[in-house]
Design a protein around this ligand. Structure first.
Ligand code: 6PG
Length: 237
């Protein structure tokens, strides 16, 4: 079994392990370069991790916080990833707004995607044609093996040049804005937190099945990803 796997007894323990690893990586990046660039995912799994992170009294200075993906809804909407992150982490940890770079879910998707790409390029200092390098990208995995907002069958899974795009997620009947594979692969560190029995089957396909990222998008950068799982998610490995 891969040494990149951390299997915890409970979802809370997996969330803590992933959160603690993110903190260590941010500290390392900040020590080396004075700043640290982090992108986090949404969905339901990270909530516990964000709440744990908010309780740790971590020094967020120099950390620039981005989103991996967002649903195209206003920032106070029930489905907004930003809303979940604000409620679970930003408010409680009092992270200065200037360090938080959200995807404008309320804007027209293509416009939001190009604004977000410009902001990433500006903050990370990536010129035209360069792929921005995050220190840490935290991802999740859906029950259909999607990651970020790259769902099975999405043609952009084959794209190796783009940074951000607007996509239509047919299975969710939702417009979304997402980081693209080149950015997920370029990150200095890639982490995935996945918990629950519904993740066991897809995880087996992603980690031990044939390589087919179009079908299993979580295979993007999978070999260099650190996986944080609970027992239920790891059950089929
Ligand atoms: C989102 C995400 C998404 C998520 C997976 C897992 O907006 O939904 O960022 O990519 O990581 O869907 O979501 P759960 O944690 O809810 O299973």
């Amino acid at each position: 079994m891969s040494s990149n796997l951390s299997i915890s007894e409970t979802p809370l323990a997996a969330a803590e392990a992933c959160g603690a690893r993110i903190f260590r990586l941010l500290e390392g990046a900040r020590k080396r370069r004075g700043r640290a660039f982090l992108a986090v995912s949404g969905g339901s799994t990270p909530k516990m991790m964000f709440e744990w992170m908010a309780r740790q009294g971590f020094d967020w200075s120099g950390v620039e916080l981005f989103q991996v993906d967002e649903r195209c809804v206003p920032p106070d909407h029930q489905l907004s990833n930003y809303r979940m992150m604000r409620e679970a982490l930003l408010d409680a940890a009092a992270i200065p707004a200037a360090q938080v770079h959200r995807i404008a879910g309320e804007a027209e998707p293509a416009v939001s995607a190009s604004q977000y790409e410009a902001e990433i390029r500006h903050v990370l200092g990536a010129g035209a044609g360069e792929i921005p390098v995050f220190d840490v990208i935290h991802r999740g995995m859906g029950g259909d093996a999607h990651t970020a907002s790259l769902f099975p069958g999405e043609p952009l899974i084959a794209d190796r040049a783009g940074v951000v795009a607007a996509v239509w997620a047919e299975s969710m009947q939702q417009h979304r804005v997402t980081l693209l594979p080149a950015v997920l692969e370029a990150a200095r560190h890639s982490l995935c937190l996945a918990c629950g029995a519904d993740k066991a089957g897809p995880l087996k396909s992603v980690l031990q099945g044939e390589s087919d990222p179009l079908r299993f998008p979580s295979q993007i950068a999978a070999a260099r990803t650190e996986w944080f799982l609970d027992r239920a998610a790891a059950a089929a490995l």
